[in-house]
Design a binder for this molecule. Structure first.
Ligand code: FES
Length: 153
């Protein structure tokens, strides 16, 4: 089978879907490769613990499954831990994704980082380094694409 059981489960029954009107922070990102979009809402308490999170994704099955798993992985965790969540950790928790769908998992990681940047800005913390990380990620997609085109020529 192309998708693992966990991917199918999170795709057909995504956890934490929806809007959060009273979110502490919101992150919204687009996937440079396919144009899909993900929005994540975080509720963060005074001890910097993510007490709740929700997501909305306009994307493929893999984007939905990885977003769902990402929200499960960061819920109840400190912001600092959520910041180090990588797309490969999310994919691993889902028992893998087909190689052609790996880029879809980047959306979840970037949305979490974007939401944390939003949170840090609200509390007046410097975010320049973090923002660089997100930008670098996008330019590396562009680079990847360039390589693919070159290879195809
Ligand atoms: Fe766009 Fe999967 S094809 S996120």
């Amino acid at each position: 089978m192309l998708y693992s059981e966990k991917v199918m489960d999170h795709f057909s029954h995504p956890r934490n879907v929806g809007e959060m009107p009273d979110a502490t922070a919101i992150g919204e990102v687009g996937n440079a490769k396919c144009g899909d979009i993900m929005k994540i809402y975080l509720k963060i308490d005074e001890n910097e613990i993510i007490t709740d999170c929700k997501f909305e994704t306009f994307g493929c099955a893999s984007a939905i499954a990885t977003s769902s798993m990402a929200t499960e992985l960061i819920k109840g965790k400190p912001v600092s831990e959520a910041l180090s969540l990588t797309n490969s950790a999310v994919v691993e928790a889902l028992d893998g994704l087909p190689p052609v769908k790996m880029h879809c998992s980047v959306l979840a990681e970037e949305a979490v980082k974007a939401a944390i940047i939003d949170y840090y800005k609200k509390i007046g913390r410097d975010t320049s380094e973090l923002e660089q990380m997100v930008i670098d990620c996008e330019s590396c997609h562009a680079h990847e694409e360039e390589q693919t085109h070159k290879a195809a020529e």
